[in-house]
Design a protein around this ligand. Structure first.
Ligand code: HAM
Length: 460
């Protein structure tokens, strides 16, 4: 049997329902913060990531899916979105044609050749934002607020921790890099092979090493806070003071350096604890970048952004749904149960299509099975209303409508079916004249307050 490639996975069923809810919430929040969606190619020229993400990052050194296409071009499946966004920002001259900052959001698959383990895949999905063209701690704060708002709205407020740090400006990092080189020079022989090459390429990367022996060495390494320029110190202080003002809790973590080369100043990660209070890693991360736009041959402009990992969000939401009182069970409005031959089933399907066109999600039973079995299927689909139809009903142009929770059943004519169903289905924010809180003075009035929804089809 053909299996999916190692490190990939299928998202379906309840996980897909959760992912859809996550994506919908994410899009709404991004829209409310003034971000516009962008779709980028899944593959780009390899040198975009070599230059953008950086030669010293693990992503570029070891994890890229790179191949020659039939024209001999070196192509890479995107390992992240930021470099592609900046390529598009420059190529489409957004810096000149659009008001700055340009605020973009995205979601889609990303590819890294990593060692698969829990929460770590070779194809995974990211949801992210980039805000490009202006440099201010205010934009860093706004981006963090967006990410935090999203997690709060997902119901994760009590289990999420925001870790934050500053990598300072170029002057800061040059001084700090020298200090790290001096410190680690004494321990090169004891370091893992990866850290030996990190020492040459970018000693800051050593701080990100997960190997236990190396972590012991890292503990006593110089701290970036001792090397921050006055400007960077001031920028970071303003940022954290403003986060305090916004009521966003955070923990400053000086060991946070991030694994991609383009960061400067603010960096941050959102972490969650699992049910055993163990940190399961970052569900989202990001930061500020000062020279990425310039390095990709664009103008001297800054940006800031983050990306969430969809698979990690799905698993956190799934694990905590009971505790958080979240319900991601699919619900179906109407399940139609035809009793009889193909002609009856055709009629049932026609009714389902008509109901769907009126905005009522409907499904039918396609097979000839006993009525009890049909009710079981309706239950499994979490249907609210059952419709039973047989040859007699078709002759009378009516159906039997059953409220599947109260078990009440009534005969309803084809003509009044849509109206009856709309009345039976939940409609929390409906204000039409068929309800106690009706806003119309007249039963026949056809207008309703602008923002109000109608469930009875009398108001548009
Ligand atoms: P990153 O930290 O490499 O940052 O990835 C962001 C998130 O993607 C991680 O926090 C994690 O949730 C998820 N993730 C990463 N690798 C995997 C994997 N192998 N399997 C499952 N999930 C994964 C970036 O990609 C930056 N582009 C973020 C950014 C945007 N910085 C500025 N703007």
């Amino acid at each position: 049997m053909i299996q999916n490639p190692k490190g990939t996975h299928d998202i379906f069923g309840s996980e897909m329902t959760i992912y859809q809810a996550i994506r919908e919430l994410y899009i709404n929040i991004c829209n409310s913060y003034g971000f516009k969606e962008i779709i980028l190619p899944i593959f780009e020229s390899s040198n975009l990531f070599q230059r953008g993400v950086g030669e010293s990052s693990d992503v570029v050194r070891k994890e890229m899916y790179t191949f020659l296409d039939k024209g001999g071009r070196s192509i890479t499946l995107r390992p992240e979105f930021t470099a592609g966004i900046i390529r598009s920002f420059i190529q489409n001259k957004m810096y000149a044609n659009e008001e700055l900052p340009v605020k973009l959001f995205y979601h889609g698959p990303t590819f890294r050749y990593e060692r698969p383990q829990s929460g770590r895949y070779r194809q995974f999905h990211q949801l992210g934002v980039e805000c490009v063209g202006l440099n201010s701690y205010l934009l860093d704060s706004e981006i963090i607020a967006l990410g935090y708002d999203f997690l709060v709205n997902l119901g994760l407020k009590d289990i999420v921790t925001l870790k934050i740090n500053t990598l300072g400006d170029e002057e800061t990092r040059n001084n700090y890099r020298n200090a790290l080189k001096e410190y680690f020079a004494n321990y090169i022989d004891k370091m893992c092979d990866d850290c030996k090459s990190r020492y040459e390429l970018n000693p800051l990367r050593i701080l990100d090493c997960k190997i236990k022996e190396d972590q012991e060495l890292i503990k006593n390494a110089p701290k970036i806070s001792d090397y921050l320029s006055e400007k960077s110190k001031d920028r970071f202080n303003k940022l954290v003071a403003y986060l305090d003002e916004l009521g966003i809790p955070y923990a400053i973590d000086e060991s946070l350096v991030r694994g991609l080369d383009y960061y400067s100043e603010t960096v941050f990660e959102f972490h969650v604890k699992n049910n055993d209070e163990i940190d399961i890693g970052a569900i989202g991360a990001g930061g500020h970048y000062s020279s990425l736009v310039k390095e990709l041959d664009g103008p001297d402009m800054h940006g800031v952004g983050f990306s969430f990992g969809a698979e990690r969000l799905i698993s956190v939401v799934k694990d905590n749904s009971e505790k958080l009182g979240l319900n991601f069970d699919d619900q179906l409005a109407v399940y139609i149960m035809p009793l009889g031959n193909d002609k009856v089933r055709e009629e049932a399907l026609s009714i389902a299509i008509a109901l769907r066109q009126s905005g009522i999600p409907s499904q039918i039973c396609y097979e000839e099975v006993k009525i009890n079995n049909m009710f079981k299927r309706a239950e499994r689909k979490n249907a609210l209303i059952g419709i039973i139809i047989g040859e007699d009903e078709i002759k009378k142009e009516e159906v039997q409508v059953k409220n599947l929770s109260t078990k009440e059943q009534i005969a309803v004519s084809y003509e009044s079916l849509v109206d009856t169903l709309f009345e039976m289905l939940p409609h929390d924010d409906c204000h039409c004249h068929d309800h106690d809180d009706c806003c119309c003075s007249d039963e026949n009035e056809s207008e309703v307050g602008e923002s109000e929804k109608c469930c009875c089809h009398h108001h548009k």
